[in-house]
Design a protein around this ligand. Structure first.
Ligand SMILES: C[S@@+](CC[C@H](N)C(=O)[O-])C[C@H]1O[C@@H](n2cnc3c(N)ncnc32)[C@H](O)[C@@H]1O
Length: 341
């Protein structure tokens, strides 16, 4: 199958298209929802040549129509789907949800962000309250958004983990570490490190299952809990010498953040470090465009300047570490500070 210019799309061009091209995204979601992906991957979907969703996907180089009216994924799409299918699907679904919110309620985002938050469906996707237990239905309700967050982390961790300076640290506590992807990236870089992820019970259940086969899994522990309680875990009986919050604090009203950070500062071993990894304010981005920007645009009211977090850590008596940043889909800041020994 070919792109408009007649060339086959590369895997990168194809995955960009699946995040940016609305008709293609909607057609792909329809094909997934009607259960056709398995047959497409197997190279044998029997469907009428006039099928509109498949026609849209054919034009984008996702599917092709073989002899005998059988449809199949193009080699590029099949390779992409085999490698990253669950992550692509999670991004596709959330991308469409965020885009729908922007189209329906976007005006409020510019004038009345609280009104936007009240109306947007996006936030309802993250059903944290359902993750407080580990019943089968709670796990089922938690899985879709955990999968989406884990998919984002797959792109973020390779760039951000090297910027979290854990040299000499032995015991890491990651608050809200989701399915453990970022902790595993840190463990892979630091062979002497043990890590604990404190997250909601259903999230920990999913994370323990998903990370079991990772080479560093033996050094990762999940601690089901709630970061609002004072009962933060110890590692081998010792206080952590590093505590990481990645893409967690923007979830909390600003009024709650000092309390969370001061709990972290108390829990941290003397000489230990706190790292906050967060996207910065969207207003500071040089360009905000494209459909895929919708997924961050809906969170724009919650992203804060790195100086705000640095100020809170300094106010707790921690000594700032050199600030770091990296540009991914937006600018991420790594704000670190050390507790005096
Ligand atoms: C936006 S996600 C970020 C996940 C992960 N750190 C990452 O960057 O990929 C926020 C995480 O905080 C967790 N969380 C929300 N409320 C929590 C609470 N009260 N206690 C512990 N974790 C919580 C969620 O379950 C989720 O995993």
């Amino acid at each position: 199958m070919s792109d408009a210019d007649g060339a086959s799309p590369t895997g990168a061009a194809l995955s960009r298209r699946l995040a940016e091209d609305l008709p293609v995204m909607v057609a792909l979601r329809a094909v997934i929802d009607r259960g056709d992906m398995r047959a497409l991957l197997g190279g044998a979907l029997a469907a009428p040549a006039g099928d509109l969703a498949l026609a849209v996907l054919r034009g984008a180089g996702v599917v092709a129509h073989g002899d005998g009216a059988q449809w199949h994924l193009t080699p590029e799409a099949a390779a992409l789907w085999r490698r990253d299918g669950p992550a692509l699907e999670a991004r596709l679904r959330f991308g469409l949800l965020a885009a729908a919110d922007l189209i329906q309620h976007g005006g409020a985002l510019f004038s009345d962000s609280q009104g936007f938050v009240a109306r947007a469906a996006t936030y309802g996707f993250f059903r944290y309250a359902r993750a407080l237990g580990t019943g089968a239905a709670q796990i089922e309700d938690t899985e879709p958004w955990v999968r989406y967050v884990a998919a984002l982390n797959e792109t973020e961790a390779p760039v951000l983990a090297p910027l979290v300076s854990l040299a000499g640290c032995r015991r890491l506590l990651e608050i809200g570490g989701n399915a453990g992807g970022f902790a595993l990236a840190l463990l892979a870089r630091h062979p002497g490190l043990q890590a604990t992820v404190l997250d909601l019970p259903a999230v920990c259940h999913i994370g323990a299952r998903a990370s079991a086969a990772h080479p560093a899994a033996a050094r990762l522990r999940f601690a089901p809990g709630d970061n609002r309680s004072d009962d933060w875990p110890l590692e081998d009986g010792g206080a952590p010498d590093a505590i990481v919050f990645k893409s967690v604090l923007h979830d909390w009203d600003f009024a709650r953040v000092p309390e969370i950070l001061s709990r972290a500062a108390r829990h941290l071993a003397p000489g230990g470090r706190i790292f906050i990894v967060e996207r910065g304010p969207m207003q500071a981005e040089p360009a905000i465009s494209g459909l895929s920007a919708a997924t961050n645009r809906v969170f724009a009211p919650f992203y804060r300047a790195p100086e705000i977090y640095a100020g809170l850590l300094a106010g707790l008596g921690l000594v700032p570490l050199p600030p770091q940043s990296a540009v991914l889909d937006m600018t991420f800041h790594i704000i670190g500070a050390e507790k005096p020994a």
